[in-house]
Design a protein around this ligand. Structure first.
Ligand code: ADP
Ligand code: MG
Length: 575
């Protein structure tokens, strides 16, 4: 919570302004009933019209002052709160940007989105309310009591009865409503999750005819949330008339006892009218406090969820004294590397050692789940190793800055991801200042130029959200082009040719070979034909190296490799 208060610091000025303005507004509102009492007692009763005009005019001024204060306060509190929300959102965004994949796994994408949007909005709204009520409620309560006492001490006894009744009702409502409010937040999360899964998985749902099932699932979550919301609203709705009854009964009691005191000559009519207004102000201040006590626990849940994100420190950090390699060549070496995912019993990869040198193509082959992607993710340091070392140009990747390490790598992930924007912009992603020529060249090597030319607007064709208007193979080629335009020292292709037909695959590899001549190239593939002519093939089996060498050597020495080859190629192809 302290952390969030810190984010309020830049908005100190508007916040103090709001507090001062509200203070002035409260003073004006406390003063008005007294002025009215004066008009009634000294003007109306004696028939002094001039006095009525004079004090009446003054009353108008005070009221106008109060309104101006109130409006300006609203303006500044909205400004402070939305500025606070903006700051917090950008802080979370950049903080999450530093997360390593561990932290993403930990929170889940959906939850991170809700926390950045919905939860911050909650806190923002409560902040606006707090700024208003924090000063207003105690001022009106204490000020009202003082003013009421100054009008008539004996009549205050009425309040001594009605205020405790009010407090008891508020406490009961709170006890019932707060747990429901908290439950609503959780149920909203669940509804979001169901909706998100539905939208993302719409193709699967349709093709398996599970629409009814999903509808039911959504309806359940929706119904659940609705029921809770209705319950909360019922309580809140019941609260209002109950409060009004108490307020009105209080008024009746004040008039009842007040008129007795007036007829006995202990009190004047104007004072009684003022007294009624002060009683209202006092009781409304309790209502405000009650609202605050309902809203704050609700916002506290959201605030907690925000702080949780901010407090999570990425476990991959730049080293304090980063080392830069003397020469950048692009040599990569694994030394006895082991790694396991958090919570997993088995190591995803264990005791991996091999070396890749510039100019050579290294290939990794192995069944699904054998740890290929895991191994590759260690090179750009998406995860840190448990044991052993990953060296790039002779330096442990943990000792370089992540920026300079990743600068050297052109990474094509297993899942090709494109961003909204044009095709050209997506390729430009690899190198910000690439010229048009460079973009075209990269696309050509990646065998993407042909299909881009056939697109309605060529390189200016917009990619739809999630890249739905390009095929899987086109997506793969675009993400290869994105890596190529960078001209890095190290290329990493994680199963990046899987969606290409054999012909395109072969053409692409031939073009790549020329382009990546002096670079270090690592290719993960399922197809033997893709990797057969690599300088070094590493066979992964259950996270361990089952064999290492050229195709020829492995055919003679490695059973696992031979099995893979047998299952894919015909006799003559092998020979
Ligand atoms: P491959 O790329 O060879 O198909 P992976 O490297 O993706 O295999 O996965 C290797 C093993 O690690 C699998 O058993 C998989 O279940 C596990 N794994 C992969 N990613 C994660 C993750 N983010 N969290 C936990 N376990 C994972
Ligand atoms: Mg994989």
């Amino acid at each position: 919570m302290k952390k969030l208060v810190e984010f309020l610091k830049p908005f100190q000025v508007p916040i103090y302004l709001v507090l001062i303005l509200i203070l002035l507004q409260s003073l004006a509102e406390l003063y008005l009933p007294t002025l009215m009492a004066d008009i009634v007692d000294k003007g109306v009763v004696t028939g002094d019209t001039q006095y009525i005009w004079k004090i009446g005019g003054f009353m108008l001024l005070v009221a106008a002052g109060g309104v101006i204060c109130s409006v300006t306060a609203s303006f500044f509190s909205a400004k402070a709160a939305s500025g606070f929300g903006k700051l917090l959102r950008s802080k979370i965004f950049s903080h999450v940007g530093d997360f390593s994949l561990h932290e993403f796994d930990q929170f889940g994408t959906a939850s991170l989105i809700t926390r950045t949007t919905n939860d911050i909005t909650q806190v923002q709204q409560v902040l606006i309310m707090m700024l208003r009520m924090m000063v207003m409620a105690p001022m009106m309560c204490i000020g009202g009591i003082i003013m009421a006492l100054s009008k008539d001490t004996k009549l205050t006894l009425v309040l001594a009865v009605s205020i405790p009744v009010l407090i008891i009702i508020i406490l009961i409502v709170q006890k019932k409503a707060i747990p429901l409010f908290k439950a609503m937040q959780v149920k909203l999360d669940k509804l979001n999750r169901v909706l998100r899964e539905n939208l993302i998985g719409i193709r699967v749902i349709r093709s398996f005819n599970r629409i009814d099932h999903e509808k039911k699932r959504f309806d359940e979550a929706n119904w659940d949330l609705t029921q809770t919301a209705i319950k909360v609203n019922k309580i809140m709705a019941a609260m209002m008339p109950t409060m009004m009854i108490i307020l009105n009964l209080t008024t009746v009691a004040i008039i009842w006892f007040g008129s007795i005191r007036i007829s006995n000559g202990h009190m004047e009519v104007g004072d009684m009218m003022a007294f009624i207004q002060y009683a209202m102000q006092i009781m409304f201040s309790f209502l405000m406090l009650a609202m605050m006590f309902v809203m704050i626990p609700r916002a506290a849940v959201s605030a907690g969820r925000i702080v949780e994100v901010l407090d999570t420190i990425a476990d991959i950090k730049n080293s304090e004294k980063p080392i830069e390699p003397a020469t950048i060549r692009g040599e990569v070496e694994f030394q006895n590397v082991s790694f396991s995912y958090p919570g997993a019993e088995m190591q995803a990869i264990s005791d991996i050692s091999f070396k890749m040198i510039p100019g050579d193509v290294t290939a990794i082959i192995g069944g699904t789940g054998s740890g290929k992607s895991t191994l590759i993710n260690l090179i750009p340091r998406f995860y840190d190793v448990d044991h052993g070392k990953v060296l790039v140009d002779g330096i442990d990747v943990r000792e370089m800055t992540q920026e300079s390490l990743r600068q050297k790598i052109g990474f094509v992930p297993q899942q090709a991801v494109l961003f909204t924007g044009t095709i050209g912009e997506n390729i430009l992603y690899g190198k910000e200042n690439a010229t048009e020529e460079e973009i075209r060249y990269a696309a050509e090597i990646a065998q993407a130029a042909d299909f881009i030319a056939e697109m309605p607007k060529g390189y200016n064709t917009e990619i739809a959200q999630g890249g739905t208007n390009v095929s899987g193979g086109q997506k793969q080629r675009l993400s290869i082009a994105r890596a190529l335009v960078r001209k890095p020292e190290i290329y990493v292709f994680d199963d990046s040719f899987s969606a290409l037909d054999f012909k395109t695959d072969a053409k692409l590899r031939a073009a790549l070979k020329e382009e990546t001549g002096n670079a270090t190239v690592l290719i993960v593939a399922q197809r033997v034909s893709t990797i057969m002519d690599a300088d070094q093939i590493i066979v992964l089996d259950n996270g361990k190296i089952a064999g290492k060498g050229t195709h020829k050597q492995l055919m003679e020495t490695c059973n696992v490799y031979r099995e893979i080859v047998m299952s894919q190629l015909s006799e003559e192809e092998i020979a």
